[in-house]
Ligand binder design. Structure first.
Ligand SMILES: NC(=O)c1ccc[n+]([C@@H]2O[C@H](COP(=O)([O-])OP(=O)(O)OC[C@H]3O[C@@H](n4cnc5c(N)ncnc54)[C@H](OP(=O)(O)O)[C@@H]3O)[C@@H](O)[C@H]2O)c1
Length: 342
């Protein structure tokens, strides 16, 4: 085994704690939140592993996090980034079984945007050889969420609604829904995405800029009776869609891509039509789902990437050393993930 260096390059957070504003997963300049640093290579403690990074995918949660608007506080001076893939090069007590394995990982306390990452062995998934590094770097956050949320939908009828359906997660859920014999209704804001989403698996695609969108949705809602709305936008249009859904509908908010604060216009629907508004957070799913169910989901995710039913669309590959200067522009390209590599 090659000796490990004592220092590593990392992209660190420059703020602590939470922000008192929430302006969404968008940035004009990464240098407002991040800086370059040489840090000591971390040492894995009991139950932990040290991973040499191969690739890290940039998710909206990473951007919410560095801006102080995510579900856990920032720690100034520690590396940013939650998700990636790499090789286990050292292990703490109890984690020896992962030594030498290529794994997908979540750096729960943040830290994936660094040459080396320490995380819990429990937050690692050994990768099949037929899953690429780029797919491996986006193997956990979106794919597990896609399966967990489509599981919610499939117990509530054959149709369900997905907003921001051009997002990576939206695309995964449309194709998974189709494969399960369901009818995903995709909501997008770009008319030029309609055909691509239909070929990916959406049964119907509605465009929010279409002035007839809500009328079209009401008609579809009467025909297909979608009872689950998987929503990453959470704006006033989302609320209007929820109001046009049938009795017993569930509005599952799992993201906040819009900065608009929606008003509840028909609270009577919660009382008389048995409708519910709720949230979904993968972190909670991971701590509340029995290990055997999680293993089933992990196995299904890897099988879908290995045989090509799912793939990670890449909008730009960004060297780790260019993150502070190049991340804001890279994120503006859209329609795919920014993948960071050392
Ligand atoms: N709760 C959880 O556990 C959990 C887990 C995973 C992901 N998420 C959430 O899921 C969402 C999607 O994640 P992702 O990684 O798939 O995202 P992504 O691939 O980065 O895509 C986001 C896309 O959403 C669209 N969008 C952005 N702002 C929008 C707006 N105001 N209205 C409508 N569409 C908008 C854009 O597509 P166009 O430019 O094509 O419109 C953008 O490319 C995010 O909100 C993320 O935080 C939540």
């Amino acid at each position: 085994m090659a000796a490990l260096p004592s220092k590593m390059f990392a992209v660190i957070q420059t703020h602590d704690g939470y922000s008192d504003t929430a302006s969404g997963p968008f940035i004009d300049d990464a240098a407002d939140w991040l800086a370059e640093a040489d840090l000591p290579v971390p040492v894995p403690g009991p139950g932990q592993v040290l991973i040499k990074l191969r690739a890290s995918s940039v998710n909206p949660s990473d951007i919410h996090f560095i801006k102080g608007e995510y579900g856990q506080p920032r720690v100034k001076g520690t590396a940013a980034g939650f998700e990636g893939c790499g090789d286990v090069v050292a292990t703490g007590t109890g984690a020896e079984a992962l030594q030498g394995k290529r794994v997908a990982f979540i750096a729960a306390g943040a830290g994936a945007w660094a040459e080396y990452v320490v995380t819990q062995a429990l937050m690692c998934i050994p990768l099949r050889p037929d899953v690429s590094d780029e797919d491996g770097s986006a193997q956990i956050v979106n794919p597990l969420t896609a399966i967990a949320m489509v599981d919610i939908a499939k117990n509530s009828g054959e149709a369900f609604i997905v907003s921001a359906a051009t997002s990576q997660l939206g695309k995964l859920m449309c194709s998974l829904g189709r494969d399960l014999g369901l009818k995903p209704i995709a909501i997008v804001r770009r008319a030029d995405a309609v055909e691509a989403l239909k070929s990916l698996g959406a049964h119907d695609v509605l465009v929010t800029s279409d002035s007839m969108m809500l009328e079209k949705f009401s008609k579809l809602s009467s025909e297909l009776k979608p009872r689950v709305f998987l929503d990453a936008v959470a704006d006033q249009i989302s609320e209007q869609i929820f109001c046009a859904m049938p009795n017993g509908a569930r509005w599952v908010c799992y993201g906040k891509l819009s900065t608009e604060t929606p008003a509840l216009t028909q609270t009577g629907q919660l009382i008389f039509m048995g409708k519910q508004i709720e949230g979904f957070w993968l972190t909670k799913w991971m701590t509340s789902t029995p290990p055997e169910d999680q293993m089933r989901v992990v196995g299904e995710v890897q099988a879908r990437f290995a045989d090509g039913r799912w793939k990670t669309d890449v909008s730009q590959r960004l060297p780790l050393r260019n993150v502070v200067t190049g991340l804001a522009d890279a994120l503006k390209k859209g329609d795919g993930k920014v993948i960071i590599a050392p």
